[in-house]
Write a protein that binds this ligand. Sequence first.
Ligand code: GTP
Ligand code: MG
Length: 345
Amino acid sequence: MAAVAEQQTTDEVSLYDADTDDFYQDVDLLQNHGINMADIKKLKSAGICTIRGLQMITKKKLCAIKGLSEAKVEKIKEGLMKISGSGGGFCTALQASVKRKQVFRVSTGSQELNKLLGGGLESMSITEAFGEFRTGKTQLSHTLCVTTQLAGENGYTGGKVIYIDTENTFRPDRLRPIADRYNLDQEAVLDNVLYTRAYTSDQQIELLDLVCAKLHEELGIFKLLIVDSIMALFRVDYSGRGELADRQQQLAQMLSKLQKISEEYNIAVFVTNQMTADPGASMSFQADPKKPIGGHILAHASTTRLSLRKGRGENRIAKIYDSPDLPENEATFSITGAGVDDAKD
Ligand code: GTP
Ligand code: MG
């Protein structure tokens, strides 16, 4: 009996392994199911490049793509069903655990901070770092641009980075001393970081379609997407209580896209966030009456939330604020000329 169970297990695992070769099934496959190339191009220009990506889109959204009629969308959905099979997306916990093996972790530059994060920044999920100004959010973003390029544990081979800057605080030359620290070629390191600046919140959302195109163009090459900072433009573009509902709706769109991208292309997503005084907190006995902005929408979208605060000198203290599988611990790191590092004392 035990032998049978064992046999079944290996079969299932190897079957699933074969499936993972199809991790990035191209939407071009729809051609075999009667969808013409012109319509497939329309999907791609909307940032939908893979079968997994297509599975994550509602019919309503597909119909909103210019040139796709409801009949066409119906046909696309039929083709999708044929490609993805009739399993309805179910898999066993064992299969899910095999899938989770593809998850990799990116080092933050500080061993202590890595430990706090359970090994580093996790792929297929969103990590948010929030804190007051000068707590190291942008410095950490810069460091990650380099550390992502280093090979890591569990066969992680390193990869490229996409950086969306909303505050004009990216300084490419800051990457040079960080590259030196890891004995990497400076020019090569800079060449592996794709940088773009967003000026409005609309643009920030639209950019994600272009990000999808890039990720699709060089499949499996990009490993990290940074948005520094996620809320700054939303804060400017939507002001006052009257626009709050609109803002949150747009923010939800953006975060849902980020979440999908991280799973579809197996990349880590790192976003930074600001804080604001919590008006409700003055009535309570909270030690720190400040909280990250973005409300429940952002709170639910981020898989891991990291709160940063200032320590002595160049030291910074990071605390796990919210995570599905990490305890609420703290770690101290420092900001150096060569990026985020362990604290000296
Ligand atoms: P906001 O974007 O304003 O909210 O802040 P932030 O959290 O992004 O802060 P940032 O990451 O820009 O951190 C700024 C801190 O890093 C400041 O305290 C700087 O003194 C420090 N810093 C920046 N560059 C260097 C450097 O080359 N050497 C050292 N030791 N510290 C640096
Ligand atoms: Mg910053």
